[in-house]
Design a protein around this ligand. Sequence first.
Ligand SMILES: *Cc1c(COP(=O)(O)O)cnc(C)c1O
Length: 461
Amino acid sequence: MKPIYYPEPFRIKSVEPLKLLSRKEREERLAGAHYNMFALAARDVYIDLLTDSGTGAMSTEQWAGVMRGDESYAGAECYYRVQETAKKIFGLPYLQIVHQGRAAEKVLLPLLLEGKKYAIANMHFDTTRAHVELAGARAIDCVVPEALETTKPYDFKGNMDLARLESLLKELGAENVGVVIMTVTNNSAGGQPVSVANIRAAEKIAHKYGVPFMIDAARYAENSYFVKQREPEFKNSSIEEIVKATFEGADCFTMSAKKDAIVNMGGLIGCRDRALFEKIKQRTISYEGFVTYGGMSGRDIEALARGLEEGIDEHYLRYRIGQMEYLAARLDEAGIAYQTPVGGHAVFVDAKKLLPHIPYYEFPAQALAAELYLEAGIRACDIGSFMLGNDPDTGKQLKADFEFTRLAIPRRIYTQSHLDVIADALENIKERASGVRGYKIVEEPPILRHFTAKLAPISAK
Ligand SMILES: *Cc1c(COP(=O)(O)O)cnc(C)c1O
């Protein structure tokens, strides 16, 4: 029986033209960008899979909300609306809007990490890691070992390794650990889900040692959809109920609303402790803006309030995850390895397997991203050693557990035909894989280097 990949539960009302440059033009543009995908002009990209962050298409309801945005400096109508909606969905009493996920991290993490040495997470997203380091602490990843075997299916590859979490807390001294973070879905492991059972267990361990438990909630809705599919306890629960269960034991959360809340800009902090909330508000005023706008326009806040609800619609989520499953099935046919089973917001192609002749310090996932652009004007990015960067203590290139080329799928943007182009391009690259060469770094900043570093191809020996 042929699987049905639930088709788009919407029709198109407004379109944006796309253009595919010639091969020669693409070569020139890529060299001009010093082989860094972030330096390409969007106009030169045919299918943009750089990120699913802030790149989604808003609904007619959200656009209508844009018109109704209240731009008052203090106490705008949209502020009350987003507070009420977020309180209802996440169940935490204190909420602060900010302009994006890293702003939430900048406001909250220094409060949790003051005088501490470590943060432990199932996996830190790159900006989260950066903010842990900027707060003077070290970020330790503690994902289940199943996550590392990309071709082996496992329902919850995003999970925390619970035994290791407990031994880390003992070894490092719980008094030195400022926070235990659960990233849902686990972005860096391949958009892999975390089970509610694992969230509950990690929270118990953190609390047993007196360490606050935080959720990095960028993909709360996609994670909940996977939980419904895969965790028997929740098979008859609504997405709303699963989201509630996810946040039940969390002391606080940070959220980039640019993902599952389907807005182009926005973020959120939640917490349960009144004293912590007072500090959050003070830092928000210093860094973001007054508490009732938190660095956002009223129109964006209104779109966020609506997006929070649209993101947890089960029909939408079935189509959304269905897109990943469709693309993954095409890669299965072509024998191209990716993080299996496919994650929630992207297909993470295993570049180590596709380009085994390129070592980690020549960035195989970056090489594949460059190749995708040359092949079909597709922009993807490296989630591997190039992104991980250098050891902050020794300055030496770190070796990532994975070398993924991430094909992030923006929400409600591309159709199934675009997905076919992506699969066809990868098939073509696979055929000439042995001729693809690695890259070296010519110039790099000390932190979050993958955004601005300059690269050059390594010439044939
Ligand atoms: C995107 C993301 C962030 C950072 O959010 P921005 O809105 O890009 O600043 C943090 N954590 C995770 C898991 C993310 O995916």
